[in-house]
Design a protein around this ligand. Structure first.
Ligand code: PMP
Length: 382
C-alpha cells in the first residue's frame, strides 16, 4: 500500500522527551531561559483583545515579522553574545556590524528552521549531482536528502573535528555541487571564522547555492550575513529555537538575496501556502523587538559554558572549544554509553549518538548555572 518513495524515508531521531519522570533536560540544545516577558504580554493581548482574529488566516507574507527580523539583524549584526547592551539599546561588536541594511525582502520565515531547511533543499538541491556536506553535522540533512532523493557526498571531518574545507571545495567544483554545513557545527560545537567561509565561497561554484546553517551562531560564532551582498548564491538559515529561547514557538528563517527568498516562497506556496500561525507571528515579532533581553540570556549561557568547560578540563575530559549552547566531550577510559546512562539514572538527560566515530562522546546542552552544578555533582561520581 505504500508509495515507492517511502523506501527512502529514514526519519530524524530527536533528543528524548520522556514523560516517565521529571528530568533536567539538557539534551536538545533548548535554551534554559524563558522567552522575554514581552512575548508573554504580546500573546496575551493578542488573544484577549482579538479572539476573533484566530478565526482568520494569518498574513500569508508575514510582513510585520520579516520587518522585525530584518531590524533585529541590523541592530545586532547577527551575533547576540557579542553585542553590548546600554539601557536596553543594543550595540553590535564592531566586527559584526553589517556593511549594508538587511531588508524584509531578504527574509523568509517558516515553522522552525527544520521546515525552512526542507524547502531550501527542495528549491536548490537537485538529484542529478551530490550535495556536499560534512560527515558529522546536523542529522536532519541526510534525512532531507532521502526525502527529496538528493544524493549526498559526506566529507570526513579533520582529526581535530574541523571541516575539511579543501576536500569540500574540491568536491563541490568537481561535481558543480551545492554545499551545506552548520556554523558553528553540530555536534562538534566548533565554529569557522567569517574569513574562512568567505574563502570557501570564493573557491566554490558561484552558480550553486551555498547554505550556512547559523542555528547556534549567537553563542559566539561569526555570522556570514554580511557577505550576502557579494555572494548572491549564499543562503543563511537561522532559528528562534536556541538564542531566542523559543523552541516551542516553531519559528525559523533564512536570510538571502530576494531572488532566492522568492524561490523558497514558491515552494511554500506550492505546499502549504500559509506561514506560521498568527499567535507565533505575534510572539516572534515581540521577541525581535526585545532583543536586549536575549543578548543577556546568550551572555549568561556563554558564562555558564566557560565555567563548565573549565570544570571538564580540570577533570581530564577532552572538550572542544564550544561556540554554541552545548559542549561535545569525552574522557579516555570512560564509555560514552555508560556515562550517558549514569547521568540519566541520576535525573539528567544529555545526548549521545550511536553514530560510528562519535559513540564515546556526549553532547551536553548548557543549562542554567544551577542545573550545571547539579550535573557536576553527578559527574563527580562517574
Ligand atoms: N539546524 C541545526 C544545526 C540544529 O541543531 C537544529 C535543531 N536541532 C535546527 C537547525 C532546527 O531547529 P528548529 O527547527 O527548532 O528551528
Amino acid at each position: 500500500m505504500l508509495a515507492q518513495r517511502m523506501k527512502n524515508l529514514k526519519p530524524y531521531v530527536p533528543g528524548e522527551q520522556p514523560k516517565d519522570r521529571e528530568y533536567i533536560k539538557i539534551n536538545a540544545n533548548e535554551n534554559p531561559y524563558p522567552p522575554s516577558p514581552e512575548v508573554g504580554k504580546a500573546v496575551k493581548s493578542f488573544i484577549d483583545g482579538n479572539l476573533e482574529k484566530l478565526g482568520l488566516y494569518p498574513d500569508p507574507d508575514s510582513k510585520e515579522l520579516h520587518a522585525a527580523i530584518a531590524d533585529m539583524l541590523n541592530k545586532t549584526g547577527g551575533v547576540l553574545s557579542r553585542c553590548q547592551v546600554n539601557k536596553k539599546e543594543v550595540i553590535p561588536s564592531p566586527e559584526d556590524k553589517l556593511p549594508f541594511t538587511v531588508t524584509p525582502d531578504m527574509i523568509y520565515t517558516g515553522n522552525g528552521s527544520d521546515e525552512v531547511l526542507s524547502f531550501v533543499f527542495y528549491a536548490f538541491f537537485d538529484s542529478d549531482r551530490p550535495l556536499i556536506c560534512p560527515e558529522h553535522s546536523y542529522s536532519f540533512y541526510p534525512v532531507y536528502c532521502g526525502f527529496y532523493d538528493i544524493p549526498r557526498l559526506p566529507v570526513a571531518l579533520n582529526k581535530d573535528w574541523t571541516l575539511d574545507v579543501k576536500k569540500m571545495t574540491e568536491l563541490s567544483n568537481k561535481n558543480n555541487s551545492s554545499t551545506i554545513f552548520a556554523n558553528p557545527n553540530a555536534p562538534t560545537s566548533l565554529a569557522m571564522t567569517r574569513a574562512e567561509i568567505k574563502k570557501m565561497l570564493d573557491e566554490s561554484p558561484k552558480d550553486r547555492v551555498f547554505v550556512v546553517d547559523e542555528a547556534y551562531v549567537d553563542f559566539g560564532g561569526e555570522s556570514v550575513i554580511g557577505l550576502l551582498k557579494d555572494y548572491r548564491n549564499l543562503v543563511v538559515v537561522r532559528t528562534f529555537s536556541k538564542s531566542l529561547c523559543g523552541a516551542g514557538l516553531r519559528s525559523g528563517y533564512i536570510v538571502a538575496n530576494p531572488d532566492l527568498v522568492n524561490a523558497v516562497t514558491t515552494v511554500k506556496n506550492s505546499l502549504n501556502h500559509f506561514p506560521m500561525d498568527a499567535v507565533t507571528q505575534v510572539a516572534a515579532v515581540a521577541a525581535c523587538r526585545d532583543v536586549s533581553y536575549y543578548v543577556e540570556c546568550a551572555k549568561k549561557v556563554c558564562d555558564t559554558r566557560a565555567d563548565f568547560i573549565s570544570y571538564l578540563k580540570e577533570r581530564g575530559y577532552t572538550v572542544n572549544d564550544s561556540k554554541t549552547n552545548f559542549v561535545f566531550l569525552k574522557k579516555d577510559g570512560l564509555e560514552g554509553k555508560k556515562a550517558y546512562e549514569f547521568i540519566k539514572q541520576n535525573g539528567i538527560l544529555v545526548r549521545r549518538f550511536d553514530t560510528p566515530g562519535i559513540e564515546e562522546y556526549l553532547r551536553i546542552t548548557i543549562g542554567t548555572q544551577d542545573q550545571m552544578n547539579k550535573l557536576k555533582e553527578i559527574m563527580d561520581r562517574l
